[in-house]
Design a protein around this ligand. Structure first.
Ligand SMILES: [Zn+2]
Length: 548
């Protein structure tokens, strides 16, 4: 019985892999020349790659499979240049306090979650942002103890640069009132900032392999529902990498991951870049480093003191020599280097390190700066000559603008979130969200890219509107730009012969709607390698389950 069945399966799969015609679509993509291209269909070969991009009616031949797009808009799959994949899954599975508007609401969510999860030994989660609260004060240990005192609670700030812990968590971690914050960190009233986070985090039981697998599956479900088919997977822990490999081997990795391992210490487990694995679904391409903290917790390292904390310039994570050594170590093993830098001093330091390394290693190492948020305008012009890519997140601009004004004052924002200046100065831009710091939905980011406004249309006219992009530049950054930033432009980022048929069908034409409508775009179908991997249920009009 077994042999004939196998033969039949082989026959079926052969016929099922014949060319596919996708026709009757309003195809739009960013061309290699930076202009928008319009097309009407695709022919997809049996290897999942584009064979032909059709400008007019389909050729008069019979295809094994025909997909009628019913005139719907088709875009290349969007590539988030910077996201945290496993964390996205965990955030969706853990207590999510994103967007809560007061301490009382924060406490209510904790009370509800604790009641709903009586067996969860450590209550973990995050997303709080005291900047949204009437009293912009960090939550404290006492605020948590009042709700949950019988088991540890650790809740992360929305930017990941601070956590608040209850007494049970501090006891489990062996932290007392006498505990000193390590260099590059701070402790106050149960809030642990930047390097001090590990005093608590090191005590949290590590997720099991199966918990990591669940988180990865959840993250993929969220990403594909938003039309994200590729990710620059940042700060990949070795356990994350193992989960990615398990999914790759099982054939369940549908989002293509360009992985940047967490720090040079990961090189003991993954000593070299891997090249593409599992049918071009996974690749270890780089090492992620940090130069400073974030603006929300005043951990971003600034050239001048904070306007709202004049005794501080933020946190410098490494001396120049240390950062050079770390980046050089990664580069000497063939890794691309991606360094987090938010403040203008941190950005200047990273640029100086990359300038030295670009002389040592020559062209096309694609040095990446992650976030590139607050930059001295004089330093932006230094990117292009050293081949440095600005990996930026447009929704950070809308989330952070009022805080950036408070932290820096009005006169130090000329190089803040300066997308158009980056391009004008000849450098490359990659767009993403930094999920789960921001929601992974790419469309609000694409909307902000052209408007410098949030989803409520604020502020009128856009924030520093000279930094707005055209839609062609914007889409380019979210497709070709992010592919290039991950050394993947030969495979993804555009629908062209020889590249993968990773594409999405959406419910509106982004070139014909206003920015708020663009931001509300719904993904109808997501295809990866010529196969449909997400289809919106016909009745569902709401967005897929939110990540953070
Ligand atoms: Zn990040």
């Amino acid at each position: 019985m077994i042999k004939p069945l196998l033969a039949l399966t082989a026959l079926l799969s052969t016929s099922a892999l014949a060319d596919t015609l996708v026709t009757n679509v309003n195809g739009i993509q960013a061309g290699s020349d930076g202009q928008l291209q319009h097309f009407s269909g695709l022919i997809i070969a049996n290897d999942g790659k584009v064979k032909t991009v059709l400008a007019g009616p389909p050729p008069p031949i019979t295809f094994e499979h025909t997909v009628d797009g019913h005139g719907q808009t088709l875009l290349p799959g969007l590539i988030d240049g910077h996201g945290h994949v496993i964390d996205l899954g965990f955030y969706a599975l853990r207590l999510d306090v994103t967007g809560v508007q007061s301490l009382a609401e924060f406490q209510q969510r904790l009370r509800d979650y604790a009641a709903a999860h009586p067996d969860t030994k450590w209550i973990l989660g995050g997303g709080w942002n005291q900047e949204l609260w009437p009293v912009k004060k960090f939550p404290t240990t006492a605020d948590l103890d009042a709700i949950v005192s019988d088991r540890p609670v650790v809740l992360e700030r929305v930017d990941g640069h601070a956590i608040v812990a209850n007494s049970a968590a501090m006891k489990a971690a062996g932290v007392t009132a006498a505990t000193q914050a390590p260099a590059g960190g701070e402790i106050h009233d149960g809030v642990f900032v930047d390097n001090a986070e590990r005093l608590i985090n090191d005590a949290i039981p590590k997720p099991t392999a199966s918990e990591n697998d669940q988180a990865l599956a959840k993250a993929q479900e969220i990403l594909l529902g938003y039309g994200v088919t590729g990710v620059g997977s940042m700060s990949t822990r070795v356990a994350d990498w193992e989960a990615f490999k398990r999914a790759g081997a099982a054939g369940t990795l549908n989002v293509r991951l360009m992985s940047y391992l967490s720090g040079t210490e990961s090189m003991t487990a993954v000593p070299k870049p891997t090249g593409w694995l599992y049918g071009d679904r996974l690749r270890a391409v780089g090492i992620k480093l940090f130069a400073d903290g974030a603006l929300g917790s005043r951990g971003a390292w600034l050239k001048q003191p904070y306007a709202d904390k004049p005794e501080s310039r933020g946190l410098q994570f490494h001396s120049d020599a240390e950062l050079l050594k770390l980046a050089d170590t990664a580069a000497s093993h063939g890794f691309q280097v991606a360094t987090h830098a938010i403040g203008d001093a941190a950005n200047a330091q990273v640029i100086t390190v990359y300038e030295q390394l670009s002389k040592k290693y020559g062209a096309d190492r694609r040095w990446r700066i992650e976030h590139f948020q607050i930059v001295d305008p004089a330093d932006i012009a230094r990117l292009a000559p050293a081949g440095i890519i600005a990996s930026m997140q447009p929704t950070h601009q809308t989330s952070d603008r009022l805080m950036a004004e408070a932290r820096l004052g009005p006169n130090r924002l000329a190089g803040a979130y300066a997308w158009q200046t980056v391009l004008k100065d000849g450098a490359r831009l990659a767009f993403g969200t930094d999920f789960p710091v921001e929601n992974p939905n790419p469309f609000p980011g694409l909307a902000t890219g052209i408007s410098r406004q949030d989803m409520n249309g604020q502020p009128p006219g856009g924030w520093i509107p000279s930094e707005r992009l055209t839609f062609a530049q914007d889409l380019y950054a979210y497709t070709r730009g992010s592919a290039y930033a991950g050394f993947a432009e030969d495979k993804i980022g555009a629908l062209e012969p020889g590249k993968y048929a990773d594409f999405i069908l959406v419910d509106r034409d982004p070139t014909k709607v206003d920015p708020v409508s663009l931001g509300n775009t719904q993904v109808l179908e997501t295809w990866v390698g010529g196969k449909r991997v997400f289809e919106r249920a016909p009745s569902a009009s709401a967005a897929p389950e939110r990540g953070r």
